[in-house]
Write a protein that binds this ligand. Structure first.
Ligand SMILES: [Zn+2]
Length: 448
């Protein structure tokens, strides 16, 4: 499936290009990475299907060439040091827009901007090393990013660079890319299409579990000693400025079979404000300060944290691509919930379908960037007030993303036989599965 062969340069011309690439790389090339100096080791990567050759510092890492095909083909580059700490946002990605010809570039620019009518995206024509294109900035997404659409060798490429004010970094990066004549065919990789692996059936034992419990059962009990406890840090006790406190409850989102039958997961490893959970009220980006990650096993059943109508079910695209398979549910009153990194969606997760907190909507996974196992297996969930959803269907920019509004912290998280209140929650806290019963009316945390 992957084309990871790194070919040494066999020809003199290739060697000359390599030396030239190494010489022109500067410390600002990879703005998100740590600075590098004259002693930095470089590695060269050449992809004969993509038609791209690039020299990159050894501490960064070419990680995927699209395990699932999505009308584009390419790879992302991540920083090894960041990966070691669990953070897997790309530094940049390079993709060939397969159906497009150079004459289509203006149309592609319009298509890329159209889903975000409320965001001012600057479109600047560029010529880099003789290649014509457009830089679009800032592009909405999980985090700030800049998009370049450029034509080379009668193809169109899209290059996305992640980071604040990344226009210059992007230009410098592209100056180091050599577009080569492709001499291998994409179809020899037999890459499955991303849309064909959205609703993958689970293993048989998971199907049996689900048949035995159409809603979440309430006959399990919490273990006496669910894990080691940590004192909550003081900063978590007040609401983050710009975020909002939701007056209602949500429910935990797994069942008694989760994590090998314990029914227990944890608040984190990424807790509120940790890892990529950073924004409260950005217009352009995903506001998920009060998102929680729950470690689960692959194929553990996932449920909504409130009842509502499915408004998005599919791969997260564009600048949100690392969210993987994603379901967005409209809970009413301008509140939405997001569940991401799923291994597969359940057939109930289709746009327009009403689901409640006992409706199975999908399976836990680690998907991101049109790939499974991009992350460790966990459920990423977030609650939003007044957010906007960009949905682009078909063409070169399929996928959806959520931006604007405010990250919402629920006033309580309901679970088997009890309620977790935000002031008592902390990173790593054990949390049990939920039961699907009417929730009591309760708008203030009990300890206030
Ligand atoms: Zn997360």
């Amino acid at each position: 499936m992957k084309n990871n062969t790194k070919k040494p340069f066999a020809v003199v011309l290739g060697c000359m290009i390599l030396v030239a690439l190494a010489l022109v790389l500067s410390s600002s090339t990879l703005a998100n990475a740590q600075p590098f100096d004259d002693h930095t080791d470089f590695e060269t990567y050449q992809n004969e299907i993509l038609g791209v050759m690039i020299s990159y510092p050894k501490r960064s890492h070419i990680v995927s060439e699209q395990d699932y095909f999505n009308d584009t083909y390419g790879f992302v580059v991540r920083d090894k040091n960041q990966e070691a700490s669990g953070f897997k946002e790309p530094i940049f990605s390079i993709e060939w827009v397969i159906e497009a010809l150079p004459n289509d570039i203006e149309k592609l620019v319009e298509k890329a901007v159209a889903p975000y009518p409320t965001i001012l995206i600057k479109v600047s024509p560029v010529n880099i090393n003789g290649y014509d294109g457009y830089i679009l900035s800032p592009m909405p997404g999980l985090s700030p990013n800049t998009l370049l659409l450029i034509s080379a060798n009668n193809r169109v490429y899209q290059i996305r660079y992640y980071g604040e004010n990344s226009d210059d970094s992007l230009k410098q990066l592209v100056e180091k890319i050599v577009f080569i004549i492709p001499n291998r065919q994409l179809n020899e990789l037999n890459i499955p299409h991303a849309d064909d692996v959205l609703y993958v059936p689970p293993p048989d034992e998971i199907i049996k579990q689900l048949e035995g419990s159409s809603t979440r059962d309430n006959d399990s009990i919490l273990p006496n000693n669910p894990g080691s406890l940590v004192t909550p840090p003081a900063y978590l006790l007040s609401l983050q400025p710009g975020c909002t406190s939701d007056p209602g409850y949500v429910q935990t989102q797994w069942n008694k079979f989760a994590r090998g039958g314990s029914g227990i997961s944890f608040a984190g490893s990424y807790f509120w404000g940790q890892g990529g959970h950073i924004r409260c009220n950005s217009t352009d980006y995903y506001n998920n300060y009060y998102a929680l990650d729950h470690a689960l096993n692959e194929w553990d059943a996932v449920y909504p944290h409130r009842g509502g109508t499915v408004i998005y079910a599919g791969w997260a695209g564009g600048g949100w691509r690392t969210l993987g398979r994603m379901v967005v549910i409209d809970y009413g009153n301008n509140r939405w919930g997001v569940m991401a990194h799923l291994r597969s969606l359940s057939t109930s997760a289709v746009v327009g379908n009403y689901v409640n907190s006992g409706t199975h909507i999908g399976f836990a996974g680690g998907s991101g960037d049109y790939t499974d196992n991009y992350w460790g297996i966990h459920l990423h969930q977030s609650l939003h007030l007044n957010a906007k959803l960009a949905i682009v269907t078909g063409g070169q920019y399929p996928g959806g993303g959520i931006h604007d509004g405010q990250s919402a912290r629920p006033n309580a998280i309901y679970h088997l036989g009890g309620v977790y209140y935000p002031d008592n929650m902390y990173s790593g806290m054990p949390m049990s599965f939920a039961i699907d019963v009417p929730l009591p009316v309760h708008n203030e945390p009990a300890n206030h």
